[in-house]
Design a protein around this ligand. Structure first.
Ligand SMILES: [Fe+2]
Length: 184
């Protein structure tokens, strides 16, 4: 699947702008993580871009979120490893614990995008370019800040051998690289 086809597919299923931006942010983050770890950048980026494909189709119901994406992507002949990472980003649906680097990277990577955006929005200028790694790390420890962002998922960065500080730095840098797209 080409990147153009993937974006078209994404837009067929996701209409909410915030969710589209979340998909683009996760794509950028996954590409950067793959580069850092010497993995297949295109493959990891595609998983990031499409990981929430069925969020509107399933009304974000965590009992089924991921199943529809897996079905759609299987029909398209997408690499099973990508489908596996995507379905495992919602452990609830599989009843299994994440165990591969790809799975951990996607769960941690898609989750940190939420904390980075929440941190950006409390900066006076609300610009990604102004955000510092240490602010995001500080917010990480404030449990009441963006409380719905799972700190546990983010800490899975350690399972891919990237300490929190560096993880935030890589992901923040990746998102800053597409700030125009994200409008932040
Ligand atoms: Fe997501």
């Amino acid at each position: 699947m080409t990147e153009d086809d993937a974006i078209k597919l994404l837009k067929d299923y996701i209409k909410n702008e915030r969710m589209l931006n979340h998909s683009y942010a996760t794509e950028a983050v996954m590409r950067a993580l793959a580069r850092r770890l010497g993995k297949d950048e295109e493959k990891w980026a595609l998983a990031g871009l499409l990981h929430d494909l069925d969020v509107e189709l399933t009304n974000a119901d965590l009992n089924v979120h991921g199943i529809e994406t897996a079905r759609i992507l299987k029909e398209k002949g997408i690499d099973p490893e990508i489908i596996d990472a995507i379905i495992m980003h919602n452990e609830k649906v599989t009843g299994m614990k994440r165990h591969t680097e790809f799975q951990h990277a996607l769960a941690a990577g898609e989750t940190i995008t939420g904390l980075i955006i929440a941190t950006t929005l409390v900066y006076p200028d609300k610009r990604l370019a102004s955000v510092k790694t240490k602010s995001v790390v500080k917010r990480m420890k404030e449990k009441a800040f963006a409380a719905s962002v799972s700190r546990e998922n983010i800490m899975e960065c350690e399972k891919i051998g990237i300490p929190l500080n560096e993880f935030v730095e890589i992901c923040l840098d990746a998102m800053q690289g597409i700030s125009a797209t994200l409008g932040l």
